[in-house]
Ligand binder design. Structure first.
Ligand code: HEC
Length: 248
């Protein structure tokens, strides 16, 4: 019995030694046999890798998508090479009027006593609508409008959204009555809010707001942003032209 136990212990020793030695290799760069590789090297999630480019091949559906966390607040996305695209990513240069401090939750915002809303009248929509991009702009505009504005402003832009009809909210104008408001001022109002309308600057980027400005213009002129078979703008130039000066 005693002998058997010794033999068993001996055999176990040999097996264990064999097992340990078995993980050695003669290659000095090799770490040997890894029994549980995940414990040595955790599977890598690489937050800054552009997964759109795999072995020199571009996969557009994977490009520009976040592989990890959302960027810090205030981070400016920056890609593309044409100045129009890039300028839409830069911060809005107008400051919020100081009167908005309490009403629109502008804590931490750069406020000014100058009436920037009035100055915004001359700002032009940098995102021009053309025969080529018109369909895309108004499709995106409808999407955004339905999600963010329709409950107050109504599907037809007449100020009769479900919030207003339910009696929860009042004072939403019919866009037809705001036809004199320039593109720049519409942008300002959507960005910083106006009266009973809150600020949308945290929910929408500049390109989205300018898209909505086009969308609102169509409520005011059904031909706005439409082009005929020859590629000519159907709306009267004054309405189709996105410059504030032309709209006055
Ligand atoms: C909570 C309800 C509400 C929501 C949501 C809302 N609005 Fe308004 N909006 C108003 C009210 C109220 C006014 C009138 C403000 C005033 O002139 O005092 C207004 C005014 C406007 C004006 C006229 C601005 C001006 O300078 O006279 C525009 C343009 C506008 N809204 C667009 C939008 C768009 C686009 C959205 C979606 C991103 C939106 N609104 C979301 C309530 C809302």
């Amino acid at each position: 019995m005693k002998m058997n136990f010794k033999a068993l212990a001996g055999l176990t020793m040999i097996a264990v030694t064999g097992f340990i030695l078995g993980s050695c290799t003669s290659n000095p760069d090799s770490s040997g046999l890894e029994y549980m590789p995940d414990m040595y090297r955790s599977p890598a999630i690489e937050p800054y890798v552009d997964y759109g480019e795999v072995r020199g091949k571009e996969h557009m559906n994977m490009k520009m998508t976040l592989s990890a966390m959302t960027p810090p607040a205030g981070a400016i996305p920056y890609y593309g090479t044409d100045s129009a695209t890039v300028s839409l990513m830069l911060p809005y240069f107008r400051k919020a009027n100081i009167a908005f401090r309490e009403t629109h939750g502008m804590y931490g915002a750069d406020l000014t006593t100058t009436d920037e809303y009035t100055l915004a009248a001359s700002d032009m929509n940098p995102y021009k609508v053309t025969a080529a991009n018109s369909e895309e702009i108004f499709k995106k505009g409808k999407e955004l409008y339905t999600a963010m504005c329709q409950h107050c402003h109504g599907e037809k832009g007449d100020g009769n959204g479900p919030m207003v009809i339910s009696g929860a909210y009042a004072g939403v104008p019919n866009y037809m009555d705001r036809a004199a408001v320039s593109d720049g001022q519409m942008f300002y109002s959507i960005y910083y809010g106006k009266g009973a309308m809150g600020s949308h600057r945290s929910q929408l980027n500049k390109k989205e707001i300018w898209t909505l400005v086009h969308y609102v213009n169509r409520f005011q002129d059904p031909n706005y942003g439409k082009f005929d078979a020859n590629g000519l703008a159907m709306a009267a130039p004054a309405a189709a032209d996105t410059t504030a000066a032309a709209k006055k």
